[in-house]
Design a protein around this ligand. Structure first.
Ligand code: URA
Length: 420
C-alpha cells in the first residue's frame, strides 16, 4: 500500500491489478483508513487517467452485488444528479416518468453537508418508509412504475466506505473519485439507461463548467463502456433551484410542479430530464408536459407515496418560528449564492453534520428572489424557518450575505448549459 501511495504521489498511473488489489484489500480491512485517505488525497492532487478510472469503477462494482430489472417488461431508466441546493427534481420526475410507462428504479441517499438528500425530503411525509428490501423495491416498481428508496448496503460497499473517508478528509471534489463513486453504484444497479444531471456553480461540488464537462464526459464514457445508454446535461447550480431549500418545503414545491405549477426553473429541468429519459427508453416522440397538467403524474406520485406507507394527504411539518431577511438597499439582484443558502438551510436544521444525525424536516429557507430581479430596500429576500433559536441565528447570519444587490443588470445564465 505504501508503494501505491508513493507511486500516485509522483503522478504515476496505477495498473488494473494494483487497483483491484487496493479496493479488495480495503474492503477486507487489510488497508488502514489512514492509508486509503493518503491515497485518495494523492488522487485528488495528481488525478487518474482513463484506464485507472475504469479499473477503479470496475473494482468498486465488484465489491458488492449487482441488480437487474430485465424481467420488468419495460425499459428501466435511472437518473442521477451530482447534487445541489434546492435540487428536488427526483421527486416530480420519478412519478412523471412512471405515468409515461418508463420504469425508474431510484436508489437515493441522505444529505450530508450543504446539499440535501432525496430520502430526507421524502421522510417529511408522515409514514413514508425509505428502507425497502430488493423484493419490495421490485414490487413497487412493478405496481407503480417508479420507486425511490434507500440503496441497500450490498451495492458497491467499497464506495460507501470510501465516501465516508472522503467526506472528512477534503477529498470529495475530484473528477476521478466522483465519477467512479457515482457510476459504480449506477452500473451495479443495472438500469438500461441513465440520465445524469451534472451541476456546476457555487452550490455544486465542482464550481467550474469545464470541470463539470470533464466529469460528465468521464461518467458518460464509463456508462457506455458498461453497455448502459448514458447521457448528461450540464446544469447551472450557481443560484438555488426553485424557491424551497430544506425538506418538507421541497416536497411541497414538488407537489406544486406535479399539479402543473411550481417555479419555472424546477419545471424546466424536470421536463428536460424527462425528455432525455424518454429518448433513452426509445419513446422520444412522447411529450411529457401534458402529464404534469392533466394530473396523471400526480396520480403516480400518490400511488408511489402510498406504496411505501406514506400518506400523500397528511399535512407536512411546519416550523414554529420564521424570520424574514430583507434587502438593505434598492437595486438589482446580482447573485444569489447557492452555497450560502445551502449552508444556511443546513445550519437551520435541514441537514446533518454527521451520518446518523436526525434532520429537522420543517427547517429550511424560502428563496424569494432570483438574479436579475429588481428590489426595493426592505423587500423580503429570504424566509428562514427553524424551531431552535441558536440555529435560527446561525442561519440568518449566512442569509444576510447570500444575496448581492447592485446597480447593473447581470448577464443571464441559461439553466441548461450543455449536453454530453
Ligand atoms: N455523489 C456520489 O455518490 N459520490 C460522489 O463522490 C459525489 C457525489
Amino acid at each position: 500500500m505504501v508503494d501505491l501511495i508513493t507511486k500516485k504521489r509522483f503522478a504515476e498511473a496505477l495498473d488494473s491489478s494494483e487497483i483491484e488489489w487496493l479496493i479488495d484489500a480495503y474492503v477486507r480491512g487489510a488497508v488502514a483508513p489512514e492509508q486509503m485517505s493518503a491515497l485518495l488525497m494523492a488522487v485528488v492532487i495528481q488525478g487518474m487517467d482513463r484506464g485507472e478510472i475504469k479499473a477503479l469503477t470496475t473494482a468498486m462494482i465488484a465489491s458488492g452485488e449487482r441488480m437487474s430489472f430485465s424481467g420488468l417488461g419495460r425499459p428501466a431508466i435511472d437518473k442521477h444528479s451530482t447534487g445541489g441546493v434546492g435540487d428536488k427534481i427526483t421527486l416530480p420526475l420519478v412519478p412523471l416518468m412512471a405515468s409515461l410507462g418508463v420504469a425508474v428504479p431510484q436508489l437515493s441517499g441522505r444529505g450530508l453537508g450543504h446539499t440535501g438528500g432525496t430520502l430526507d425530503k421524502l421522510e417529511s411525509i408522515p409514514g413514508w418508509r425509505a428502507a425497502l428490501s430488493n423484493t419490495e423495491m421490485e414490487q413497487v416498481l412493478r405496481e407503480v412504475g417508479g420507486v425511490i428508496c434507500a440503496a441497500g448496503s450490498g451495492l458497491a460497499p467499497a464506495d460507501r466506505a470510501m465516501y465516508a473517508l472522503r467526506d472528512v478528509t477534503g477529498t470529495v471534489a475530484s473528477v476521478p473519485l466522483i465519477a467512479s463513486s457515482i457510476m459504480s453504484k449506477k452500473i451495479a444497479e443495472g438500469a438500461d439507461g441513465l440520465v445524469l444531471d451534472v451541476k456546476f456553480g457555487s452550490g455544486a461540488f465542482l464550481a467550474s463548467m469545464a470541470d463539470a464537462r470533464e466529469l460528465a464526459e468521464t461518467m458518460v464514457r464509463l456508462g457506455q463502456d458498461s453497455g448502459m445508454r448514458t447521457v448528461a446535461l450540464l446544469t447551472d447550480m450557481d443560484a438555488p433551484l426553485g424557491r424551497a431549500v430544506g425538506n418538507a418545503n421541497e416536497v411541497r414545491e414538488s407537489v406544486e410542479v406535479l399539479a402543473g405549477g411550481g417555479p419555472s426553473d424546477v419545471t424546466e429541468l424536470t421536463l428536460a430530464l424527462a425528455r432525455e429519459m424518454l429518448e433513452l427508453a426509445g419513446r422520444g416522440d412522447v411529450d411529457p408536459e401534458p402529464a404534469l397538467a392533466n394530473g396523471t403524474a400526480m396520480d403516480a406520485w400518490r400511488r408511489m407515496i402510498l406504496a411505501q406507507g406514506g400518506d400523500p394527504d397528511a399535512p407536512l411539518p411546519v416550523a414554529r418560528e420564521t424570520e424574514t431577511v430583507r434587502a438593505a438597499a434598492d437595486g438589482i439582484v446580482q447573485h444569489v449564492d447557492a452555497h450560502k443558502v445551502g449552508v444556511a438551510a443546513w445550519r437551520l436544521g435541514a441537514g446533518r453534520a454527521r451520518p446518523g444525525d436526525s434532520v429537522d424536516h420543517a427547517a429550511g429557507v424560502e428563496v424569494l428572489v432570483k438574479p436579475g430581479e429588481r428590489v426595493r430596500a426592505g423587500d423580503p429576500l429570504f424566509v428562514a424557518a427553524s424551531d431552535n433559536a441558536g440555529r435560527m441565528a446561525r442561519g440568518l447570519g449566512l442569509l444576510g450575505e447570500a444575496a448581492e444587490i447592485g446597480g447593473s443588470v447581470p448577464s443571464s445564465r441559461p439553466l441548461i448549459a450543455g449536453r454530453v
